[in-house]
Design a protein around this ligand. Structure first.
Ligand code: TNX
Length: 512
């Protein structure tokens, strides 16, 4: 969190007050103000002195959310604050990073201060977690709506805190994705990587290549109906995410994992023959053809569809290219990367692609479990000027079973218990790669074995929250014991939100 200063707060990891265990990721600095709880009354207002449209949207969204359960008017005003108001202060005196914020709560007022709309959003998200879980209810409740007294000074350790959802093996409709964005943004996740294509399906409409979805979408990993996002659907997902300061990272896996695309456009493969339907688990050995212009023309159309909406990164895949000769793989990755950069986007890729030497400014996603080849590729990427996002399979893979009782999941990198997902540190993961070369972390939910929101919830919660805390909180503010308490404190909120989390035996859940 850069140069931000710590005002009166003392670092207190983990939070001593049981009420304050409601904040996860644990804030960088937090001091309780015992006996100074704030009680939100029906006439409370949200006061925003600064006239800034982006901040106004954030505050309006927060007010709209809080009106539902409280039934209060929660007027948003630019008038001077009175006792009982919630004040949003755009503090532009420098020193605060874009996501940094402070939150002050005492019996008279609540003040959220930040230098950007994004910082205000992070601060209001913390306030949301400090309100009683009933504040998440979809209809009015009696309250009382109290917030414990506190001084918080907070900001992220890493700029990139992601999670990946595989919508290719099983398709998830727009509403499921929006729901997931809501849930993950509650834990300050700021990137949602969508795995939009694989052997089993192609999920984004590409206007210039209609067969990708006509032929490639109506299928999934078990021969189900599949589905896809229209351009309007995709724009809606990106806009909804952006309102919650989540960036969508679109992935089109290549040159392998591409049966759905090759069936739609057989000229993508070197032999020009459409491969058979791939409606089962596993990895195909098909490949896009590395030395044909048709391949890069098609990728240009695909990346154009992704770049029709705001965003920074396009993920080219690059993992497990079983059917591509090594030299062809290197050629392919270099050319695909150049097509991405020609569209004004930065390249993201799985670590195998680092063998090709990616353009400086690329982001390489490490998904290894410590194999020397994987570690070397991550080191190579950094030497070439890339930064890393860490998704170590044995810690960050949400598709791995928790233990033998898990009804869903694979086991190749696991089992991954809640503690396994939490007990690691990015700065010591890859020999010779220090924190400055690491953008952050990303949990990953592959969907070979999950097809419903309930199954997604079960695999993601609580492990996703642990990875989010690793990305946000300073290493010395984290501890397994504190984290167990914080997760236990989320149970009541998840119950109200309808999150079907796994009742892991490692967590001291409150009595039912
Ligand atoms: C490996 S991780 C894959 C995916 C699978 C996953 C299952 C990666 C880049 N590739 O295609 O879904 O394992 O755990």
């Amino acid at each position: 969190m850069g140069t931000m200063s710590t005002p009166t707060a003392e670092t207190t990891p983990p939070a001593p007050d049981p009420v304050l265990t409601s904040i996860v990721p644990v804030p960088a600095a937090l001091a309780a103000r015992p006996g100074e709880a704030f009680r939100l009354e029906p006439d409370a207002r949200l006061v925003v002195a600064d006239d800034r449209a982006d901040v106004a949207v954030v505050v309006a969204n927060f007010a709209a959310w809080l009106r539902v359960a409280t039934g209060f008017a929660l007027t948003v005003t630019g008038e001077p604050p009175a006792d009982g108001d919630v004040v949003v202060d755009l503090d532009d005196d420098g020193g605060m990073g874009p996501e940094d914020y402070t939150l002050h709560v005492d019996a008279r007022r609540i003040v959220v201060a930040a230098s950007t709309a994004e910082g205000v959003f992070r601060g209001l998200t913390t306030l949301r977690l400090m309100l009683p879980p009933g504040a998440e209810a979809a209809s009015g409740l009696p309250g009382p709506w109290t917030v414990p007294g506190v001084d918080i000074s907070d900001g992220p350790r890493f700029a990139y805190r992601g999670t990946m959802l595989d919508v290719a093996r099983h398709f998830f409709p727009v509403e499921s994705v929006l729901r997931y964005i809501d849930l993950v943004s509650l834990y300050k996740v700021n990137h949602l990587h969508l795995h939009l294509s694989d052997d089993q399906g192609w999920r984004l409409m590409v206007p210039a290549r209609p067969l990708l979805t006509e032929v490639g979408a109506p299928n999934d990993v078990e021969g189900g109906p599949g589905g896809f996002y229209s351009s309007a659907d995709y724009a809606r997902i990106v806009g909804y995410a952006s309102d919650r300061f989540v960036e969508i990272v679109p992935e089109f896996d290549s040159p392998g994992h591409s049966t759905a695309a090759l069936r739609a456009y057989p000229e993508l493969s070197c032999d020009g023959v459409a491969p058979p339907l791939y409606d089962h688990t596993g990895i195909s050995e098909v490949s896009m053809c590395a030395d044909r212009e048709t391949t890069y023309d098609l990728l240009g159309d695909v990346y154009d569809a992704a770049a029709a909406v705001p965003g920074e990164l396009i993920h080219i895949g690059g993992d497990e290219a079983m059917g591509t000769a090594h030299d062809d793989f290197l050629t392919f990755v270099r050319r695909a990367a150049a097509v991405v950069t020609s569209r004004g986007r930065r390249v993201m890729a799985w670590h195998e692609a680092a063998a090709a030497g990616l353009p400086a400014g690329s982001v390489v996603q490490y998904w290894g479990v410590g194999q020397p080849e994987a570690v070397e590729l991550a080191q190579r990427a950094v030497a070439d000027g890339a930064t890393l996002v860490l998704s170590p399979g044995d810690h960050a893979y949400l598709d791995q079973k928790y233990d033998e009782s898990s009804p869903y999941g694979l086991v190749w990198a696991g089992p991954v218990s809640v503690r396994d997902s939490y007990d690691w540190d990015p700065a010591t993961m890859i020999d010779g790669v220090s924190e400055s070369a690491i953008d952050g972390v990303e949990s990953a939910l592959w969907s070979e074995t999950v097809s419903t929101d309930a199954a997604v919830d079960y695999m993601a919660f609580p492990r996703l929250v642990g990875i989010a805390e690793i990305g946000w909180s300073p290493a010395d503010a984290r501890s397994w014991d504190g984290y167990r308490q914080r997760i236990a404190a989320q149970a009541a909120r998840w119950d109200v939100l309808g999150v079907s989390y796994f009742h892991a035996p490692e967590i001291p859940w409150p009595p039912a």
